[in-house]
Design a protein around this ligand. Structure first.
Ligand code: GUN
Ligand code: FE
Length: 423
């Protein structure tokens, strides 16, 4: 039988409100999908070798719902500006380098290895406008056994000459890019960079492509006040920023994720809810670019789909445990200084980084039956102290203090991932 059995201290978050903790339990998968979690191994699996991880925690793999692979070399640099000057001064010049496929292969190799290292098992990734480089990124993620979406970015205005495409070429290249994907767990996603980078003709073309080919969409929404004012100037007919995407079929007509949503209005939230549009909450980036503090508690209260994004390199770290800690910290500042809504809990940030964002990729991010067998084995002995700690406490401490040194194994769809080559 094609079964995998891991034994350990199993912790996951099928709901935001409360962790599910199963001490000394068996996590069983068949054909890459979770069968169930058992206190005693059922007779049916009697012949299967048990991978006994002893006192290690076993948690779902982490899902990064928003990250820019070509910005990996800029991590921790250029944090002295807000969004629009930051794009022009640091981001666009770096992204222009990805015309060079050898450069792209080196950087993307390092990026993929770092995803593996920090325990991110699936990600929604922006590449650049360059389709050949974006193809290399998808290939490298696939070879590493990671899952997710890769988008060739679309930009046909308001950028430097060496990044801007013609509308026709942008659409044609995108069509070729999505057609070039082999079956697998890395899939294409349409990626209009953000409204100011795209003419209405380009957005209309991409919306048509999304509908025709049933392709998902990722972009940015209401991150920064200067950006929002610019969108209003560019599209004076639109009620708000979300309505611009919506008018062109890029707002939940197919599966859609919007990064940031720091300054969204009541109307925009209502539309996101109606359309099932996901929020990728990116706390590091929102701090670094002084964008603001997104109302995540409100998003959860209203029932929006929410996950977490590292947003490298607006965000400086790829590790989702670091992003989780930052999400809790930001929510406390919002509670204290802005809206009095309760801060996020450990259970809630684990939920956001696993099932919350994971559902964008399918049945991903939980250990409920039928979910993809994506998991991490966490040996937190280095972080222990003299007092016995519960699995909940150990998870909290891993989120705040842990890093890749604690991650002993990573599985995606039931397959153990070896360290990617390259970089
Ligand atoms: N808006 C448009 N492009 C970008 C980007 O690369 N990073 C962030 N944080 N926001 C954007
Ligand atoms: Fe971003």
């Amino acid at each position: 039988m094609d079964a995998l059995v891991l034994r350990g201290q199993i912790v996951y978050a099928p709901f935001p409100k409360k962790l599910t903790v199963r001490p000394d339990a068996y996590l069983v998968a068949e054909g890459g999908r979770v069968a169930d979690v058992y206190d005693a191994l059922p007779e049916a699996y009697a012949g299967v070798r048990v991978e006994d991880w002893g006192d290690c925690l076993i948690v779902p793999g982490f899902n990064d719902l928003h990250v820019h692979a070509p910005q990996f070399p800029n991590r921790g640099l250029g944090m002295d500006k807000e969004l629009l000057p930051w794009l022009n001064a640091y981001t666009f010049p770096e992204e222009a380098k990805f015309r060079d496929e050898a450069y792209a292969r080196r950087v993307y190799g390092r990026f993929v290895r770092e995803l593996w290292r920090v325990g991110t098992t699936r990600a929604a990734v922006f590449a650049t406008v360059h389709a050949p480089a974006a193809r290399i990124l998808a290939e490298l993620m696939g070879e590493a056994g990671l899952g997710g979406f890769v988008g060739k970015v679309n930009m046909d205005r308001n950028g430097p000459d060496d990044l801007i495409e013609t509308t026709g070429a942008s659409l044609a290249e995108t069509e070729r890019f999505v057609e070039g994907f082999a079956e697998g767990r890395v899939r294409p996603i349409l990626t209009p960079r953000f409204a100011p980078s795209c003419t209405e003709a380009l957005m209309r073309g991409l919306g048509g492509m999304a509908a025709r080919r049933d392709l998902p969409v990722q972009s940015h929404l209401s991150e920064n006040e200067g950006e929002i004012a610019w969108v209003r100037e560019l599209h004076p007919w639109a009620r708000d920023y979300a309505s611009v995407y919506d008018a062109f079929g890029l707002f939940g007509q197919t599966k859609t994720v919007m990064a940031h949503c720091v300054h969204v209005t009541d109307d925009e939230i209502a539309l996101m809810l109606r359309r099932g549009v996901y929020v990728a909450h990116c706390p590091f980036s929102n701090l670094n670019l002084a964008s603001g503090i997104a109302p995540v508690r409100r998003f959860l209260d209203e029932g929006l789909n929410v996950g977490l994004g590292s947003d490298v390199s607006g965000g400086h770290r790829l590790s989702m445990t670091d992003v989780m800690a930052s999400a809790v910290e930001c929510s406390k500042m919002r509670w204290k200084y802005v809206d009095g809504r309760a801060p996020l809990t450990t259970a809630e940030v684990l939920y956001l980084a696993t099932k919350g964002g994971g559902s964008f990729f399918g049945r991903v991010g939980s250990f409920e039956p039928g979910y993809a067998m994506d998991c991490l084995v966490v040996d937190d002995a280095r972080l222990s102290d003299e007092t016995p700690r519960s699995p909940e406490e150990r998870l909290e401490r891993f989120i705040y203090l842990g890093d890749d040194r604690e991650i002993r194994a990573r599985y995606v769809d039931g397959a153990l991932l070896s360290e990617p080559r390259g970089g």
